[in-house]
Design a protein. Structure first.
Length: 493
């Protein structure tokens, strides 16, 4: 926006020239033709702005009391006793009113239903600011730099908004995809749950059916057991009846033979009667003896097993006996070794306790000369710094240096200390990076902890050996029981 300010001749004082009253500026523009400037050629409506430097007053700067609270001192006079005259109300400058009128008209003419509303509202303010810059030539560079910074800030914020909108779109898309996946998973879970419920019902029905079958089978087994018992009794009765029938048959054969012999004797009349009676008596005795022997053999050897089966069982028994003897020998050797190890362990434990007590006594009574080289691992800086500190010093001086370094280290590392790293020279259980918490264990706590560890180790070793011995005894017991069973089975056969 271009303006043609009028030129006034001042008094030579720039501050006095700036403080031109509103009445003088209004009288100076009477009768003069002010220039007409078109603000924006792209607007539908054209507004005319009358500008002149004659009315570019510093309102409200030339009236400092207008609209500003008076800071009255505590000792000053009150308002009704003040000697200053009351200020008259002053209206706005014409140029300011025209700019505000133009801004209101532009804002009312905007169509806020389309496009970006904030950019449309910002455009009239930009135009007013440009007019303001063109009018004040002195402050134009500063105002232009301010405008550029605001424009760059707005552009940067718009870029950020675009980036965030793209990110928001990606997030919305990802959220939709995740929602769809969750819904699909839920649907799949519902289907799987329905299938599992159906399978559960099927399995329950199958279990009921199997229970019914089990009941029916148990009933059949009971009936079969009863039938088998009846058949067994019947077979026993038949066996006894068969034996009786065999005895009757043998008796009938004997009677038949006696009748045949009697008939033969009757036929042979010349034979001696006494001789025949003796022969008959001897024959009857032999028959009775043979019958007794036969019954005895049946009673004694009726349940005897064949020799081949006996030999097989005897061979198995011998093999098992040999294995048992071998295992018994191994067990005895292991038992002897175990006893020896127990004695050795007991001796070692006694030696350890004795040495430990001797060590405690020696540590309590003796005062060995300290090894000052060990202090390098305690002092901050390592062996190099300790060697530099201990050069040319006596033991008393070294103690003072060590106490000073340890005191400083304790202040720095009261709760934590720095690890030594993960080098191969450091033991695996001491490798650490960073800070390590200091548990502050005393010597008594360490000794108690070591004793507890040794005690738990001894208990665990004893339990392991006892468990191994019990397994060996169970194995031997099982072998002995199996051999006894096989031998009893052979005797029964």
């Amino acid at each position: 926006m271009e303006a043609r300010p009028s030129v006034f001749v001042g008094s030579g004082n720039p501050e006095a020239d700036k403080r031109v009253s509103f009445h003088q500026s209004s009288h100076s523009i009477i009768g003069k033709n002010l220039p007409v400037v078109k603000i924006s050629s792209q607007k539908k409506q054209k507004y005319v702005v009358h500008s002149s430097s004659s009315h570019l007053s510093t309102w409200p700067a030339y009236e400092p009391g207008q609209g500003i609270l008076q800071n009255r001192k505590p000792c000053s006079l009150p308002g009704w006793q003040s000697t200053s005259k009351p200020l008259m109300p002053i209206s706005k400058p014409r140029y300011l009113e025209e700019l505000e009128t133009y801004l209101r008209a532009e804002l009312q003419a905007l169509d806020l239903t389309k496009g970006k509303v904030q950019e449309l509202k910002l455009q009239p303010y930009r135009e007013v600011f440009e007019c303001f810059m063109e009018e004040f030539k002195t402050y134009k560079p500063l105002l232009a730099s301010i405008k550029r910074e605001y424009e760059s800030t707005i552009a940067h914020l718009q870029e950020k908004i675009c980036t965030l909108e793209s990110v928001n779109g990606v997030l919305v898309t990802a959220s939709d995809q995740c929602t769809q996946q969750i819904l699909a998973f839920q649907q799949q879970e519902k289907i799987e749950i329905a299938k599992l419920k159906e399978e559960r019902l099927y399995l329950l029905k199958l279990i009921d059916k199997m229970k019914e079958e089990k009941c029916s089978l148990e009933t059949q087994v009971a009936k079969l057991r009863k039938t088998v018992a009846e058949e067994y009794l019947r077979y026993l009765n038949e066996c006894d009846a068969r034996k009786l029938l065999l005895l009757d048959l043998n008796e009938m054969y004997r009677q038949k033979e006696e009748m045949r012999l009697t008939m033969e004797q009757e036929d042979v009349l010349e034979e001696d009667t006494v001789k025949l009676k003796v022969a008959l008596r001897v024959a009857r005795q032999d028959l009775t003896k043979a019958q007794v022997d036969l019954n005895t053999m049946q009673a004694n050897y009726g349940d005897v097993v064949p020799r081949r089966d006996f030999e097989l069982q005897e061979q198995k028994y011998n093999d098992l006996a040999h294995k048992l003897s071998t295992l018994q020998k191994d067990f005895d050797d292991l038992h002897d070794e175990y006893e020896i190890m127990l004695n050795i362990h007991k001796q070692v434990a006694d030696d350890r306790d004795r040495y430990f007590n001797d060590l405690i006594n020696v540590q309590r009574t003796s005062t060995p000369r300290p090894d000052w080289n060990k202090c390098g691992g305690v002092v901050l800086g390592g062996n190099e710094r300790w060697s530099s500190l201990s050069v040319g010093k006596t033991s008393d001086q070294l103690v003072d240096v060590l106490l000073e370094e340890i005191g400083g280290g304790l202040l720095r590392e009261r709760d934590t200390f720095i690890g030594r790293g993960r080098s191969e020279k450091i033991p695996p259980y001491l490798r650490c990076d960073g800070l390590v918490r200091n548990k502050k264990l005393t010597k008594k706590d360490v000794v108690a902890l070591l004793r507890e560890i040794w005690r738990e180790k001894i208990i665990s070793d004893q339990q392991a050996s006892f468990r191994k011995n019990m397994e060996m005894l169970q194995l031997l017991t099982g072998l002995t029981a199996s051999m006894k069973t096989s031998s009893s089975f052979g005797q029964m056969k």
